[in-house]
Design a protein around this ligand. Sequence first.
Ligand code: OGA
Ligand code: MN
Length: 287
Amino acid sequence: MTLTIRELHPGLGAEVGGIDLREPLTAEARDELRAAWSRHGVLVFRDQDITDEQHVAFSRHFGNLEVLPERDYTEDRLPEIFILSNVDEKGEILPTDSAAVTFNSLTWFWHTDSCYRAIPSRGAILHGIDVIEGGGGETRFANLKQALAEMPAALRARIDGLKARHNFVWMRMHRDLAPMKPEEAASVPPVEHKLVRTHPDGSQSLYISPVYMERIDGLDEAATRALVEELTEWASRDRFVYEHVWQPHDIVMWDNTWTMHLVMPYDHGHQRRVMHRTAIAGTEAVL
Ligand code: OGA
Ligand code: MN
């Protein structure tokens, strides 16, 4: 088996060919994928009609798997699978004011996954099962290493050394979602992470997750919102962003340590979108 890797955007993203994710992964292919994942930030595999079991088995090659704190959105049989869907078990589109659809539309804001953990996730692997064809529902990924490297010096000087508080429970309140179950809320207390992150190889990136950022060190509420907005706007410029247009059974694997992402809005009352995701646990804090 020979893997092929083709860049998709100057900033980040590559399409991987020559692999069938239903088959066991060789150690050699795993090592190549690990290297490509770190280098390109986002890997795209086309036409991979895998089962959830195969999805989990493939994901385990890259680390331990997380389970989402809200068990309403994980698969009963396989809790490592997080289900992002606007469709019920019978295949009917859910009302736009249902909890699941409101929860889904949180992904329409820029974020990095699991930033609400003391050790945020290393990455994620997302399977597009029912995808939108004809506009909407694309996923955008921003390169936060490049965004930091090219940041104007004046903005950079304002964030060096600062920390932000990331808070799952606050985010839900702020977005008018029903309160979490108390034991689930207790499992995700607020955490602080630096805005400028240094990775084990010495490289640096911006580390932001705008929808979860309750407060930046030393700033009041209004100044926090203004700085989060300014950083988000800076980092989401076209030259830092790869936009993934989904085809059925695409698998997209991203690095959560130096990218952020969002889903482009779609007509969730009429367009079906069903995605299954695993999350690979991180191994180091944001330093
Ligand atoms: C996620 C997420 C993006 C998408 O699963 O964490 O943000 O395209 N999904 O559904
Ligand atoms: Mn996400």
